[in-house]
Design a protein around this ligand. Structure first.
Ligand SMILES: *[C@@H]1O[C@H](CO)[C@@H](O)[C@H](O)[C@H]1NC(C)=O
Ligand SMILES: *[C@@H]1O[C@H](CO)[C@@H](O)[C@H](O)[C@H]1NC(C)=O
Length: 384
């Protein structure tokens, strides 16, 4: 369907039916949201260039999709919350401690291995262990690294195993020292085994450990009322490693940006020192996920565009919510807008994303619609 037809159809829809509650009118937004939105629109320079070939995992028991990853074989993994969504009751008084009622682990499997072509489940694991699944990535040995914000812990699960062989943090005990986390969001592992943890919802820091789990370094402080610096963070939510540049890049979610720091993995540069900003404030909404597409040497980020689809003067706007950046921070492509068919299934939020082994496909995990969308890369024509 061409864009023109789609817009005509939507005009008709807007004229005939009440616009659903999640399509806000620009006048309904408060001043801050409106400013963010307008800034965001200004930042849009290229049209959406990556058409969706959406693949959905409906009907296979996926709960809130928290994370997606691809192993060295190219299989797609999803870490999800099965029949136990994260709700307002999950933590005591909206604070850091898991509520008593949620301290028994999710009984169902929280990790699925999926066929990356069909989306069908190959195997399921991770039953009776996790409380509030959050981040997931693979290391060079195909071990799964996972974080659980309810348990306040980080885990390594060797390939083929169903229990972890390394656990960091103290179960159910939030903290901010070298052996405690507070709702840790993500973990990424370098090829030499050193790893980084973004911590998290209640701490505002990034930690580095050696290959045995020994603490090496940390940086980041809470974003207070004072000026925003590269070291003031507000929910570091996702991390990506770019080893060829010795960078660890962090999605600073609530500050709507993504920043790279020296990783100290492949160079002698001091770990945790600011190196560059990839996603600037105002470029997209809150940045939920950042991922290094190794095969294509590009960074991919997913943002929350809380106000889309969006009706402005009777016209529905489709805003991209996934962005591709070159390693020097140039915004290359903007894609994955909410479409009418996505919106019809209710609110949608991309919580994590990853790419296929060959770097030509993107998997986007939707925490609200509880499924995964697959997009295929389109190479922009070379100009000149
Ligand atoms: C992979 O396993 C080998 C052998 O156990 C180990 O020496 C290496 O550090 C591991 N790599 C990572 C990234 O953990
Ligand atoms: C940032 O990273 C690049 C690529 O690794 C490196 O050449 C440069 O020296 C770094 N800059 C700083 C200020 O650390």
């Amino acid at each position: 369907m061409t864009k023109a037809i789609l817009i005509a159809l939507l005009g008709l829809l807007a004229a005939c039916t009440a616009v659903p509650a999640y399509f806000p009118q620009i006048d309904d937004l408060d001043r801050n949201d409106r400013r963010d939105y307008l800034q965001y629109l200004q930042a849009l320079q290229t049209p959406q260039e990556v058409p969706a070939t959406v693949f959905s995992t409906d009907g296979q028991g996926l709960g809130q999709v928290s994370s997606v990853g691809v192993d060295s074989n190219g299989d797609l993994f999803v870490f999800h919350r099965a029949d136990r969504p994260w709700t307002a009751e999950t933590f005591e008084d909206f604070k850091d401690t898991l509520s008593e009622n949620f301290k028994s682990p999710i009984q169902k499997e929280t990790i699925y291995k999926l066929n990356p072509v069909t989306g069908k489940v190959i195997t399921k694991l991770g039953a009776n262990f996790f409380n509030v699944p959050h981040g997931m990535n693979f290391d060079a040995n195909d071990s799964l690294w996972l974080t659980d914000v309810g348990r306040h812990q980080v885990f390594r699960m060797p390939k083929g195993a169903s229990t972890p062989d390394l656990i960091l943090g103290e179960q159910f005990v939030p903290g901010n020292d070298e052996t405690h986390f507070c709702k840790p969001t993500d973990v990424v592992v370098a090829s030499n085994g050193q790893f980084f943890v973004t911590d998290g919802y209640c701490n505002s820091r990034v930690l580095k450990f050696d290959e045995n789990g020994k603490f090496l370094a940390q940086w980041g402080t809470q974003t207070g009322d004072s000026e925003l610096t590269p070291y003031t963070l507000d929910i570091p939510h996702s991390a990506a490693l770019v080893e060829e540049l010795d960078l660890v890049c962090v999605a600073d979610r609530e500050n709507s940006r993504a920043i790279c720091y020296n990783a100290g993995v492949t160079s002698n540069r001091k770990v945790g020192e600011y190196n560059r900003t990839i996603v600037h404030r105002g470029e997209m909404g809150k940045v939920f996920s950042i991922y290094f597409n190794k095969a294509e040497k590009e960074l991919v980020a997913a943002g929350e565009i809380s106000t889309v689809p969006y009706v402005d003067r009777g016209e529905l706007e489709f805003l991209p919510r996934a962005f591709t950046y070159s390693l020097d921070g140039r915004n290359l492509q903007q894609w994955a807008p909410i479409t009418l068919s996505i919106a019809q299934d209710g609110p949608s939020l991309i919580h994590d994303l990853c790419t296929s082994k060959d770097g030509q496909e993107f998997f986007l995990g939707d925490v609200m619609q509880q499924k995964i969308f697959k997009y295929t890369k389109v190479t922009a024509p070379v100009i000149g």
